[in-house]
Ligand binder design. Structure first.
Ligand code: NAD
Ligand code: DAU
Length: 352
Protein backbone atom coordinates (compact mmCIF):
# COMPACT_ATOMS: atom_id res chain seq x y z
CA UNK A 1 0.00 0.00 0.00
CA UNK A 2 1.34 3.41 -0.96
CA UNK A 3 -1.03 6.07 0.39
CA UNK A 4 -0.24 9.57 -0.83
CA UNK A 5 -3.27 11.58 0.28
CA UNK A 6 -4.96 10.32 3.42
CA UNK A 7 -8.32 11.83 4.40
CA UNK A 8 -8.75 11.77 8.18
CA UNK A 9 -12.31 12.66 9.21
CA UNK A 10 -12.93 14.12 12.67
CA UNK A 11 -9.23 14.90 13.04
CA UNK A 12 -9.89 17.79 15.46
CA UNK A 13 -11.50 15.48 18.01
CA UNK A 14 -9.84 13.49 20.75
CA UNK A 15 -8.66 10.33 18.97
CA UNK A 16 -8.38 11.91 15.50
CA UNK A 17 -5.98 14.63 16.65
CA UNK A 18 -3.84 12.09 18.52
CA UNK A 19 -3.82 9.93 15.37
CA UNK A 20 -2.66 12.75 13.09
CA UNK A 21 0.10 13.65 15.57
CA UNK A 22 1.08 9.96 15.81
CA UNK A 23 1.41 9.69 12.01
CA UNK A 24 3.21 12.98 11.31
CA UNK A 25 5.18 13.88 14.46
CA UNK A 26 5.83 10.19 15.09
CA UNK A 27 7.26 9.79 11.59
CA UNK A 28 4.99 6.86 10.70
CA UNK A 29 3.56 8.28 7.46
CA UNK A 30 5.29 10.13 4.60
CA UNK A 31 2.31 11.35 2.60
CA UNK A 32 -0.15 14.20 3.05
CA UNK A 33 -3.02 14.31 5.56
CA UNK A 34 -6.24 16.13 4.78
CA UNK A 35 -8.20 16.61 8.01
CA UNK A 36 -11.91 17.16 7.40
CA UNK A 37 -13.87 18.21 10.48
CA UNK A 38 -17.12 20.11 11.02
CA UNK A 39 -15.87 21.52 14.35
CA UNK A 40 -18.77 20.58 16.56
CA UNK A 41 -18.45 21.31 20.31
CA UNK A 42 -16.01 18.33 20.39
CA UNK A 43 -13.67 19.52 17.65
CA UNK A 44 -10.79 21.86 18.39
CA UNK A 45 -8.34 22.77 15.60
CA UNK A 46 -5.89 24.08 18.23
CA UNK A 47 -5.21 20.42 19.13
CA UNK A 48 -3.13 20.39 15.95
CA UNK A 49 -1.41 23.80 16.13
CA UNK A 50 2.03 22.20 16.54
CA UNK A 51 1.41 19.87 13.59
CA UNK A 52 0.15 22.73 11.43
CA UNK A 53 3.34 24.72 12.14
CA UNK A 54 5.73 21.82 11.69
CA UNK A 55 4.21 20.20 8.58
CA UNK A 56 2.73 23.07 6.48
CA UNK A 57 3.09 21.07 3.23
CA UNK A 58 1.85 17.77 4.54
CA UNK A 59 -1.09 18.80 6.72
CA UNK A 60 -4.28 20.51 5.51
CA UNK A 61 -7.37 21.32 7.56
CA UNK A 62 -10.77 21.66 5.86
CA UNK A 63 -13.85 22.64 7.84
CA UNK A 64 -16.36 20.32 6.19
CA UNK A 65 -19.47 18.51 7.40
CA UNK A 66 -19.45 14.87 6.26
CA UNK A 67 -23.25 15.12 5.91
CA UNK A 68 -22.68 17.36 2.88
CA UNK A 69 -22.19 14.84 0.08
CA UNK A 70 -21.27 17.47 -2.57
CA UNK A 71 -18.50 18.94 -0.43
CA UNK A 72 -17.14 15.48 0.35
CA UNK A 73 -16.98 14.61 -3.36
CA UNK A 74 -15.20 17.92 -4.04
CA UNK A 75 -12.68 17.13 -1.33
CA UNK A 76 -11.94 13.73 -2.87
CA UNK A 77 -11.36 15.37 -6.27
CA UNK A 78 -9.32 18.37 -5.09
CA UNK A 79 -6.92 16.36 -2.93
CA UNK A 80 -6.89 13.10 -4.95
CA UNK A 81 -7.78 11.14 -1.84
CA UNK A 82 -6.57 7.55 -2.02
CA UNK A 83 -7.38 6.38 1.54
CA UNK A 84 -9.67 7.33 4.43
CA UNK A 85 -9.40 6.88 8.17
CA UNK A 86 -12.90 7.69 9.40
CA UNK A 87 -13.21 9.01 12.97
CA UNK A 88 -15.84 11.76 12.55
CA UNK A 89 -18.87 10.98 14.68
CA UNK A 90 -21.10 12.16 17.43
CA UNK A 91 -19.44 10.14 20.17
CA UNK A 92 -21.08 10.73 23.57
CA UNK A 93 -23.69 8.23 24.76
CA UNK A 94 -25.45 10.62 27.19
CA UNK A 95 -25.97 13.17 24.43
CA UNK A 96 -27.39 10.47 22.13
CA UNK A 97 -29.98 9.64 24.79
CA UNK A 98 -31.11 13.28 25.05
CA UNK A 99 -30.88 14.25 21.35
CA UNK A 100 -30.34 11.32 18.98
CA UNK A 101 -30.89 13.06 15.64
CA UNK A 102 -27.39 14.34 14.96
CA UNK A 103 -26.07 10.84 15.73
CA UNK A 104 -28.24 9.39 12.99
CA UNK A 105 -27.25 12.13 10.53
CA UNK A 106 -23.50 12.19 11.13
CA UNK A 107 -22.79 8.60 12.05
CA UNK A 108 -24.97 6.98 9.40
CA UNK A 109 -25.53 9.51 6.58
CA UNK A 110 -22.04 10.97 6.96
CA UNK A 111 -20.47 7.52 6.65
CA UNK A 112 -22.66 6.82 3.63
CA UNK A 113 -21.45 10.02 1.89
CA UNK A 114 -17.81 9.08 2.47
CA UNK A 115 -18.36 5.55 1.16
CA UNK A 116 -20.08 6.91 -1.95
CA UNK A 117 -17.19 9.31 -2.63
CA UNK A 118 -14.69 6.47 -2.21
CA UNK A 119 -16.73 4.27 -4.56
CA UNK A 120 -16.79 7.01 -7.19
CA UNK A 121 -12.95 6.95 -7.17
CA UNK A 122 -12.54 3.18 -7.22
CA UNK A 123 -9.72 3.47 -9.81
CA UNK A 124 -7.27 4.98 -7.34
CA UNK A 125 -8.87 4.23 -3.98
CA UNK A 126 -6.79 1.98 -1.68
CA UNK A 127 -8.48 1.75 1.74
CA UNK A 128 -11.46 2.89 3.80
CA UNK A 129 -10.68 2.31 7.48
CA UNK A 130 -13.70 2.73 9.74
CA UNK A 131 -13.13 3.46 13.43
CA UNK A 132 -15.89 1.90 15.52
CA UNK A 133 -16.68 0.85 19.04
CA UNK A 134 -17.14 -2.24 21.21
CA UNK A 135 -20.54 -0.78 22.22
CA UNK A 136 -22.08 -2.28 19.06
CA UNK A 137 -21.88 -5.70 20.78
CA UNK A 138 -24.15 -4.64 23.65
CA UNK A 139 -23.58 -5.59 27.27
CA UNK A 140 -21.82 -8.54 28.95
CA UNK A 141 -22.60 -10.30 32.24
CA UNK A 142 -19.95 -10.95 34.85
CA UNK A 143 -17.87 -13.15 32.52
CA UNK A 144 -16.96 -13.46 28.83
CA UNK A 145 -15.49 -11.22 26.15
CA UNK A 146 -16.59 -9.58 22.90
CA UNK A 147 -14.96 -11.25 19.90
CA UNK A 148 -15.24 -10.25 16.24
CA UNK A 149 -17.97 -12.92 15.94
CA UNK A 150 -20.17 -11.58 18.77
CA UNK A 151 -23.61 -10.67 17.33
CA UNK A 152 -24.42 -6.96 17.26
CA UNK A 153 -26.86 -5.82 19.98
CA UNK A 154 -26.46 -2.05 20.42
CA UNK A 155 -28.40 -0.50 23.30
CA UNK A 156 -28.11 3.29 22.91
CA UNK A 157 -28.90 5.57 19.96
CA UNK A 158 -25.12 6.19 19.75
CA UNK A 159 -24.17 2.52 19.54
CA UNK A 160 -27.08 1.76 17.18
CA UNK A 161 -25.88 4.50 14.81
CA UNK A 162 -22.31 3.16 14.96
CA UNK A 163 -23.62 -0.37 14.30
CA UNK A 164 -25.48 0.91 11.24
CA UNK A 165 -22.31 2.57 9.94
CA UNK A 166 -20.31 -0.65 10.47
CA UNK A 167 -22.88 -2.56 8.42
CA UNK A 168 -22.70 0.01 5.62
CA UNK A 169 -18.91 -0.26 5.45
CA UNK A 170 -19.10 -4.05 5.34
CA UNK A 171 -21.81 -3.91 2.66
CA UNK A 172 -19.72 -1.60 0.46
CA UNK A 173 -16.99 -4.22 0.44
CA UNK A 174 -19.35 -7.10 -0.28
CA UNK A 175 -21.38 -5.27 -2.94
CA UNK A 176 -18.88 -2.96 -4.64
CA UNK A 177 -15.55 -4.53 -3.67
CA UNK A 178 -14.44 -1.36 -1.85
CA UNK A 179 -11.23 -2.10 0.11
CA UNK A 180 -12.26 -1.71 3.76
CA UNK A 181 -11.16 -2.51 7.29
CA UNK A 182 -13.09 -1.93 10.53
CA UNK A 183 -11.84 -1.68 14.11
CA UNK A 184 -14.04 -1.93 17.21
CA UNK A 185 -12.29 -0.67 20.29
CA UNK A 186 -12.88 -0.13 23.97
CA UNK A 187 -12.93 3.14 25.99
CA UNK A 188 -10.06 5.47 25.15
CA UNK A 189 -8.42 7.91 27.54
CA UNK A 190 -5.47 10.30 27.33
CA UNK A 191 -4.64 13.89 26.28
CA UNK A 192 -7.19 16.09 24.46
CA UNK A 193 -10.31 14.17 25.53
CA UNK A 194 -13.35 16.40 25.87
CA UNK A 195 -14.30 16.64 29.56
CA UNK A 196 -17.80 15.22 29.21
CA UNK A 197 -16.34 11.68 29.26
CA UNK A 198 -15.77 9.96 32.61
CA UNK A 199 -11.99 10.24 33.05
CA UNK A 200 -11.37 13.91 32.12
CA UNK A 201 -14.62 14.99 33.82
CA UNK A 202 -13.55 13.37 37.09
CA UNK A 203 -9.97 14.70 36.82
CA UNK A 204 -11.11 18.30 36.36
CA UNK A 205 -13.86 18.14 38.99
CA UNK A 206 -11.42 16.58 41.47
CA UNK A 207 -8.84 19.31 40.81
CA UNK A 208 -11.53 21.96 41.32
CA UNK A 209 -13.09 20.41 44.43
CA UNK A 210 -16.44 19.74 42.70
CA UNK A 211 -18.76 16.72 43.08
CA UNK A 212 -17.61 13.55 41.29
CA UNK A 213 -20.77 12.05 39.70
CA UNK A 214 -20.87 8.25 39.61
CA UNK A 215 -23.82 6.71 37.78
CA UNK A 216 -25.91 4.02 39.52
CA UNK A 217 -23.92 1.78 41.85
CA UNK A 218 -20.60 2.58 40.18
CA UNK A 219 -20.00 -1.12 39.44
CA UNK A 220 -20.32 -0.92 35.63
CA UNK A 221 -17.16 -2.19 33.97
CA UNK A 222 -15.31 -0.80 30.95
CA UNK A 223 -12.00 -1.80 29.34
CA UNK A 224 -9.61 1.17 29.04
CA UNK A 225 -7.23 1.80 26.14
CA UNK A 226 -4.59 4.55 26.14
CA UNK A 227 -5.18 6.67 23.04
CA UNK A 228 -1.64 6.31 21.65
CA UNK A 229 -1.95 2.51 21.79
CA UNK A 230 -5.20 2.86 19.86
CA UNK A 231 -3.50 5.01 17.18
CA UNK A 232 -0.74 2.43 16.79
CA UNK A 233 -3.31 -0.37 16.44
CA UNK A 234 -5.30 1.51 13.77
CA UNK A 235 -2.18 2.23 11.73
CA UNK A 236 -1.08 -1.37 11.99
CA UNK A 237 -4.51 -2.53 10.70
CA UNK A 238 -4.39 0.03 7.87
CA UNK A 239 -0.97 -1.17 6.78
CA UNK A 240 -1.12 -4.91 7.38
CA UNK A 241 -4.76 -5.81 8.08
CA UNK A 242 -6.62 -8.09 5.72
CA UNK A 243 -9.11 -6.15 3.57
CA UNK A 244 -12.79 -6.63 4.53
CA UNK A 245 -11.82 -7.81 8.03
CA UNK A 246 -12.86 -6.48 11.43
CA UNK A 247 -10.36 -6.25 14.31
CA UNK A 248 -11.17 -5.74 17.99
CA UNK A 249 -8.81 -3.44 19.91
CA UNK A 250 -8.58 -3.52 23.72
CA UNK A 251 -6.41 -2.24 26.52
CA UNK A 252 -6.25 -5.29 28.84
CA UNK A 253 -7.57 -2.99 31.58
CA UNK A 254 -11.02 -3.91 32.82
CA UNK A 255 -12.11 -1.67 35.65
CA UNK A 256 -15.23 -0.77 37.64
CA UNK A 257 -16.11 2.92 37.33
CA UNK A 258 -15.92 3.54 41.06
CA UNK A 259 -12.38 2.14 41.16
CA UNK A 260 -11.31 4.53 38.40
CA UNK A 261 -12.78 7.49 40.28
CA UNK A 262 -10.93 6.42 43.44
CA UNK A 263 -7.65 6.03 41.54
CA UNK A 264 -8.01 9.53 40.08
CA UNK A 265 -8.76 10.90 43.57
CA UNK A 266 -5.58 9.36 44.94
CA UNK A 267 -3.40 10.76 42.12
CA UNK A 268 -4.95 14.23 42.46
CA UNK A 269 -4.48 14.16 46.29
CA UNK A 270 -0.81 13.41 45.64
CA UNK A 271 0.06 15.84 42.83
CA UNK A 272 -2.52 18.62 43.28
CA UNK A 273 -3.72 18.47 46.91
CA UNK A 274 -6.67 20.62 48.00
CA UNK A 275 -5.72 23.80 49.89
CA UNK A 276 -7.52 22.54 53.03
CA UNK A 277 -5.97 19.06 52.67
CA UNK A 278 -9.42 17.41 52.23
CA UNK A 279 -9.37 14.00 50.51
CA UNK A 280 -10.88 13.98 47.00
CA UNK A 281 -12.75 10.75 47.70
CA UNK A 282 -15.13 12.82 49.87
CA UNK A 283 -16.39 14.42 46.65
CA UNK A 284 -17.71 11.13 45.22
CA UNK A 285 -21.47 11.48 44.65
CA UNK A 286 -23.68 8.66 43.43
CA UNK A 287 -26.24 10.00 40.93
CA UNK A 288 -29.19 8.64 38.92
CA UNK A 289 -28.13 5.92 36.49
CA UNK A 290 -27.88 6.37 32.71
CA UNK A 291 -30.95 4.82 30.98
CA UNK A 292 -30.04 1.53 29.28
CA UNK A 293 -26.59 1.65 30.92
CA UNK A 294 -24.51 -1.28 29.61
CA UNK A 295 -23.19 -3.26 32.58
CA UNK A 296 -19.89 -4.59 31.32
CA UNK A 297 -17.63 -4.38 28.27
CA UNK A 298 -14.59 -6.64 27.89
CA UNK A 299 -12.78 -7.22 24.65
CA UNK A 300 -10.87 -10.12 23.19
CA UNK A 301 -8.24 -8.66 20.85
CA UNK A 302 -6.32 -11.91 20.29
CA UNK A 303 -6.96 -11.73 16.52
CA UNK A 304 -5.10 -8.41 16.28
CA UNK A 305 -2.34 -9.72 18.53
CA UNK A 306 -1.95 -13.01 16.67
CA UNK A 307 -2.32 -11.76 13.08
CA UNK A 308 -0.61 -8.34 13.26
CA UNK A 309 1.53 -8.59 16.40
CA UNK A 310 -0.08 -5.62 18.18
CA UNK A 311 -0.65 -5.35 21.91
CA UNK A 312 -1.11 -2.31 24.18
CA UNK A 313 2.06 -0.82 25.67
CA UNK A 314 0.54 1.32 28.42
CA UNK A 315 -0.76 -0.07 31.71
CA UNK A 316 -3.83 1.61 33.20
CA UNK A 317 -1.84 2.88 36.19
CA UNK A 318 0.86 4.62 34.10
CA UNK A 319 -1.60 5.86 31.47
CA UNK A 320 -3.95 7.34 34.06
CA UNK A 321 -1.14 9.19 35.85
CA UNK A 322 0.12 10.64 32.54
CA UNK A 323 -3.44 11.73 31.74
CA UNK A 324 -3.98 13.48 35.10
CA UNK A 325 -0.62 15.27 34.65
CA UNK A 326 -1.61 16.37 31.14
CA UNK A 327 -4.86 18.00 32.34
CA UNK A 328 -3.00 19.66 35.20
CA UNK A 329 -0.44 21.13 32.78
CA UNK A 330 -2.92 22.19 30.09
CA UNK A 331 -5.29 24.55 31.88
CA UNK A 332 -5.46 26.86 28.83
CA UNK A 333 -6.80 24.08 26.62
CA UNK A 334 -9.42 23.28 29.24
CA UNK A 335 -10.47 26.92 29.58
CA UNK A 336 -10.79 27.31 25.81
CA UNK A 337 -13.09 24.37 25.28
CA UNK A 338 -15.15 25.15 28.36
CA UNK A 339 -16.72 28.16 26.71
CA UNK A 340 -19.89 28.31 24.57
CA UNK A 341 -21.73 25.10 23.88
CA UNK A 342 -19.78 23.10 26.37
CA UNK A 343 -20.92 25.29 29.22
CA UNK A 344 -24.54 25.08 28.07
CA UNK A 345 -24.32 21.29 27.98
CA UNK A 346 -22.88 21.06 31.47
CA UNK A 347 -25.64 23.34 32.78
CA UNK A 348 -28.36 21.28 31.11
CA UNK A 349 -26.86 18.00 32.24
CA UNK A 350 -25.62 18.70 35.73
CA UNK A 351 -27.24 22.05 36.57
CA UNK A 352 -25.19 25.25 36.83
P1 NAD B 1 -14.80 13.22 19.59
O1 NAD B 1 -16.22 13.49 19.93
O2 NAD B 1 -13.73 13.68 20.52
O3 NAD B 1 -14.45 13.84 18.17
C1 NAD B 1 -15.33 13.71 17.07
C2 NAD B 1 -14.83 14.68 15.99
O4 NAD B 1 -15.69 14.52 14.86
C3 NAD B 1 -14.88 16.15 16.41
O5 NAD B 1 -13.71 16.81 16.03
C4 NAD B 1 -16.09 16.70 15.66
O6 NAD B 1 -15.99 18.07 15.35
C5 NAD B 1 -16.07 15.82 14.40
N1 NAD B 1 -17.41 15.73 13.78
C6 NAD B 1 -18.59 15.47 14.39
N2 NAD B 1 -19.59 15.51 13.49
C7 NAD B 1 -19.02 15.79 12.28
C8 NAD B 1 -19.53 15.96 10.97
N3 NAD B 1 -20.84 15.87 10.71
N4 NAD B 1 -18.66 16.22 9.97
C9 NAD B 1 -17.32 16.33 10.21
N5 NAD B 1 -16.78 16.21 11.44
C10 NAD B 1 -17.63 15.93 12.47
O7 NAD B 1 -14.72 11.65 19.35
P2 NAD B 1 -13.55 10.63 19.69
O8 NAD B 1 -13.70 10.19 21.10
O9 NAD B 1 -12.27 11.17 19.20
O10 NAD B 1 -14.02 9.38 18.78
C11 NAD B 1 -13.57 9.28 17.43
C12 NAD B 1 -14.17 8.03 16.83
O11 NAD B 1 -13.78 6.89 17.58
C13 NAD B 1 -15.70 8.02 16.79
O12 NAD B 1 -16.10 7.45 15.57
C14 NAD B 1 -16.10 7.13 17.96
O13 NAD B 1 -17.32 6.48 17.71
C15 NAD B 1 -14.94 6.15 17.97
N6 NAD B 1 -14.65 5.55 19.28
C16 NAD B 1 -14.37 6.37 20.35
C17 NAD B 1 -14.04 5.79 21.56
C18 NAD B 1 -13.71 6.62 22.78
O14 NAD B 1 -13.53 6.04 23.86
N7 NAD B 1 -13.60 7.92 22.69
C19 NAD B 1 -13.99 4.40 21.68
C20 NAD B 1 -14.32 3.62 20.57
C21 NAD B 1 -14.61 4.21 19.36
O1 DAU C 1 -16.64 1.63 24.71
C1 DAU C 1 -16.30 2.60 23.77
C2 DAU C 1 -17.11 3.87 23.99
O2 DAU C 1 -16.58 4.48 25.16
C3 DAU C 1 -17.05 4.83 22.82
O3 DAU C 1 -17.65 4.24 21.70
C4 DAU C 1 -17.75 6.15 23.15
O4 DAU C 1 -17.57 7.07 22.08
C5 DAU C 1 -17.14 6.72 24.41
O5 DAU C 1 -17.83 7.89 24.79
C6 DAU C 1 -17.18 5.69 25.54
O6 DAU C 1 -18.55 5.47 25.96
P1 DAU C 1 -18.95 5.32 27.51
O7 DAU C 1 -20.38 5.60 27.66
O8 DAU C 1 -18.44 4.02 28.06
O9 DAU C 1 -18.00 6.50 28.12
P2 DAU C 1 -18.30 7.58 29.26
O10 DAU C 1 -16.98 8.24 29.55
O11 DAU C 1 -19.45 8.44 28.96
O12 DAU C 1 -18.68 6.68 30.51
C7 DAU C 1 -17.80 5.68 31.02
C8 DAU C 1 -18.52 4.98 32.17
O13 DAU C 1 -18.63 5.90 33.27
C9 DAU C 1 -19.93 4.56 31.86
O14 DAU C 1 -20.21 3.35 32.53
C10 DAU C 1 -20.81 5.68 32.43
C11 DAU C 1 -20.00 6.15 33.62
N1 DAU C 1 -20.10 7.59 33.96
C12 DAU C 1 -19.92 8.50 32.97
C13 DAU C 1 -19.97 9.85 33.23
C14 DAU C 1 -19.80 10.88 32.13
C15 DAU C 1 -20.31 7.99 35.28
O15 DAU C 1 -20.44 7.14 36.18
N2 DAU C 1 -20.34 9.33 35.54
C16 DAU C 1 -20.20 10.29 34.59
O16 DAU C 1 -20.28 11.50 34.91
Amino acid sequence: MDIKNLLVTGGCGFIGSNFIAYLLAGGHFNGKIINCDKLTYAGNPANLDAINNKFPDRYVFQKVDICDGDLIRELFDRYEIDAVCHFAAESHVDRSIKRPESFIQTNIMGTFNLLEAARAHADRFQLFHHVSTDEVYGSLGATGYFTEETPYRPNSPYSASKAASDHLVRAYHETYGLPTTISNCSNNYGPFQFPEKLIPLIILNAMEGKALPVYGDGRNVRDWLYVEDHCEAIWSIMQKGKRSETYNIGGNSEMENIRIVEMICDIVDEIHPAADGAACRKLITYVKDRPGHDRRYAIDFSKLQKDLGWKPKETFGTGLRKTVEWYLENGNWVEQIRSGDYQKWIEEHYGS
